[in-house]
Structures are given as structure tokens and as C-alpha cells.
Design a protein around this ligand. Structure first.
Ligand code: ZN
Length: 421
């Protein structure tokens, strides 16, 4: 059987596993972990041997950046997912990442799955635990290296090491203390969402029936993030708050993990006017691939084909310079995570990725929408395979090497150059 282990492996990986510096069962509660290798069969793109070799060359010898992932490992027994979420210790999938071909990954600390202190919100104490534990683990190995500047990215590309960018899903835990953004920047955070689905002091979330837009405090946060040089993410913001933020920010902003509402009519997808405004301001969209998110009425299941339909729609609408991938994947049964955390959050199920339940909507000219819920997104399931498959898919469709380089990492590097300081 073809195996992930046959992929080229990063030379900088020396076999470290998370928390090797501690004693399992003494210092922390160990689980039987999900395999980072071959949990599911490899996806076959149907490339010729020449195409496969060309795709691998593009992957290995160009800058590849994932704009949004959660490269952590969950327990194999997903009935333990909530208990694990509250344990405060989340291993990184170092081995899986070593086969990914990526140069840099934006690691989004989990927000709702990191709620140690509270079932319903991500507190300041939660974020301190999440960041601190991750930094301590990273400090005990050398494969993953922390990236804080554009020069750091340029230096790590092709080095055999993986650059790691600390990112947060939302800023709700700063409460109304704007100086906490400086603290987060000091801890290494280089990208942060403003809002997570439900409104907060900064602006409206995408789950609200009405979005009041970016608040006065939200404007101050945008200004402070611009001054610090921290990327702004609008993935979970409402449409009006997104338009307001794009207009308010001096630096280009990002929607790190979403797709097009013009393809799939979910509130989690973005309408054309938001995507166009984002591109006109020089911003960047990362195409999402979490299970049952970037679906399409043209594809019965959620696979790389529907993900890439969102990609092509957005590239046509926004221009190829403004699109990349923020797959939003991890090492686990992601669909089961949605189910397990829905149980925890009860009526506040919105706190997990809302895309877990595809909305039974219809769209003008296309009905009924027929995609069914998938157990996983074949071809875009985990951080090890995502970019290898995306590049192979684009190559097979006839995209030029230049366009593939832009989408794989060049666009992200350009936007970061206009944002980080
Ligand atoms: Zn998210």
C-alpha cells in the first residue's frame, strides 16, 4: 500500500514527539494518539509519473505556507475529545508535518477546544495555558522553529525545518483591555481573528442575524494590530464587520479559512462583495477544507474537487494573487470533533466550526443542493497531504508553475511583507 512514509521527509526532523521531556502518567495524562501517518488511504489524483515528479519538485523547491491549520494530534478514541480539550495539553504532529513539504504553518490555537477554565468561552487564562504549553514543547525540539518576521520565513525556506507562526482564532479574550494585544504580540502571536461566530466587544460574528459592524473599540484594536504588525483574520466575522475592517485597516487583512457563498450558501462562506473588497485592498483569502465546509452542489461529497471549485471561483473573482489555502486540518477524525464538541457546548454549538452541519439551503438557479455530509474531505484531510495534493491538482489542470508558486506561498509572503513589522 502506498504510504505517507514514502514522501520526502524534512531533514531537520530527528524523531521528537510532544512532551518527550515529561513523564507520561506522572506529569500529564497520556492517550493512545491518532496516527499522524496513514490514518486514511492516500488520495489518488491520477497524475502521470512525470506530473507527480513535477508536483513534488514544486512542493520541495518553492515556498509553501499554510495560512490556517491546527497541526495537533487528538486521541484515537474520539469519545475522549472533550476531556482532552480540557486537559490543556495538545501534542503537535511533528512526525506528520515532517512529511508535508511545507515551509511554514500558521498554527491556530484552538479557541473553543482549548477551554480549560470555562465550557463556553476562551478566557485570558486559557490562552496563556495554550500558548505557554505549546512554546514549552517547541522549545524542547529543533525541527519546528518559531517565525516572527518575514526574514525568518525567508531564512527557514528550504532549510529542512518547519517555520511555525502563532495565530489565534479570535480576540475575544482580550476583553476590553487593548494592551493585551501587545502582550500577545510579545508572546509571538502574528495573526489574530477579531470575532468568533458570536459578536464580541470588537464587532459582529457570522452567526448573528444582524451585524452591527466594527465597534469603536474594534476600530482601536485594528489600529493597534496595524501598529504592532499583526495580521487580522476575518474568517469568523460577520459580513458588515468584515467590510468595515477591510476599510479601516491600513495593512491588507486576511480571511484565512473560508470559501465562496457563491458556490455554497453557508454563512461560513463569504459573499462576493466581501471577497472583492478584500482583494481590492490587497488582502488574502485562504481556502478552507475542514469537513463539510467548502461543499458544492456540483459534487455529492466534500472532497478536494469541491474545495478546488471554491478556489477557482475565488481566483476568478479576486485574482490569482489574492488566494491561497488555509485548510484548517489536524491529525484526527475532524468530523467527530465537531460532533463531540457540539455535545459539550450544547445550545452554544456555534462555538465550534459551524460548517459541521451543512445548511439545507437552496440557491437561485440551483436546487436542490444535494451534497451529503462526508466523514472527511478526501484529498484535503490533514496537514501532511494538503499542499502536495493542491499543487498536483493545479498542475493537472494546467496551471503554470508561476501561478502555483503564488498560491503555494508567494502571495502570503507578499501580504505579510505589507503587514508584519
Ligand atoms: Zn476557524
Amino acid at each position: 500500500m502506498p504510504s505517507t512514509r514514502n514522501f520526502n521527509q524534512a531533514s531537520g526532523y530527528a524523531g521528537y514527539r510532544s512532551f518527550d521531556y515529561l513523564s507520561p502518567g506522572v506529569d500529564y495524562r497520556p492517550y493512545e494518539w491518532t496516527s499522524e501517518i496513514d490514518r486514511l488511504p492516500l488520495y489518488d489524483l491520477g497524475l502521470s509519473p512525470e506530473q507527480a515528479a513535477h508536483a513534488e519538485d514544486l512542493l520541495q523547491n518553492n515556498l509553501v505556507i499554510s495560512l490556517h491549520d491546527h497541526p495537533q494530534v487528538f486521541p484515537k478514541d474520539m469519545s475522549k475529545a472533550v476531556e482532552y480539550g480540557q486537559s490543556g495539553r495538545y501534542p503537535v504532529g511533528y512526525e506528520g508535518l515532517s512529511y508535508s513539504g511545507m515551509d511554514v504553518v500558521f498554527d491556530n490555537l484552538a479557541g473553543p477546544t482549548g477551554c480549560i477554565m470555562s465550557h463556553y468561552s476562551w478566557t485570558w487564562a486559557d490562552v496563556a495555558y495554550d500558548i505557554g504549553h505549546r512554546l514549552a514543547d517547541i522549545a524542547h525540539q529543533d525541527f519546528v522553529r518559531i517565525v516572527r518576521t518575514v526574514d525568518d520565513i525567508k531564512a527557514i525556506a528550504g532549510s529542512g525545518h518547519l517555520g511555525w507562526v502563532l495565530a489565534l482564532e479570535a480576540a475575544s479574550m482580550i476583553d476590553n483591555d487593548i494592551d493585551r494585544i501587545d502582550i500577545l504580540h510579545g508572546w509571538g502571536v502574528r495573526q489574530m481573528g477579531l470575532v468568533y461566530n458570536e459578536s464580541n466587544l470588537l464587532g459582529g460574528g457570522l452567526k448573528e442575524s444582524s451585524d452591527g459592524g466594527l465597534t469603536r473599540f474594534g476600530h482601536r484594536v485594528v489600529e493597534r494590530m496595524n501598529k504592532l504588525g499583526m495580521s487580522i483574520d476575518l474568517s469568523h466575522a460577520g459580513d458588515r464587520t468584515s467590510i468595515d475592517t477591510i476599510a479601516a485597516s491600513e495593512a491588507p487583512v486576511m480571511i484565512t479559512h473560508a470559501g465562496a457563498r457563491g458556490v455554497w450558501p453557508s454563512e461560513r462562506m463569504k459573499p462576493d462583495h466581501v471577497l472583492k473588497a478584500l482583494a481590492e485592498a490587497g488582502g488574502l483569502l485562504g481556502i478552507e477544507a475542514a469537513p463539510n465546509s467548502t461543499m458544492s452542489p456540483d459534487h455529492e461529497a466534500h472532497t478536494i474537487e469541491s474545495v478546488m471549485q471554491h478556489f477557482e471561483y475565488c481566483a476568478n473573482l479576486m485574482g490569482i494573487d489574492n488566494v491561497t489555502f488555509g485548510p484548517d486540518t489536524l491529525y484526527a477524525d475532524h468530523a467527530k470533533i465537531h460532533t463531540e464538541f457540539s455535545t459539550l457546548f450544547g445550545a452554544n454549538v456555534d462555538a465550534v466550526e459551524p460548517a459541521s452541519e451543512p445548511a439545507p439551503l437552496t440557491r437561485v438557479g440551483v436546487q436542490p443542493i444535494s451534497a451529503t455530509k462526508s466523514e472527511y474531505c478526501a484529498g484535503f484531510e490533514n496537514p501532511t497531504e494538503n499542499f502536495r495534493n493542491a499543487i498536483g491538482w493545479m498542475l493537472k489542470q494546467g496551471y503554470s508553475d508561476d501561478d502555483i508558486r503564488k498560491v503555494a506561498g508567494g502571495n502570503t509572503l507578499r501580504v505579510l511583507g505589507q503587514t508584519w513589522r
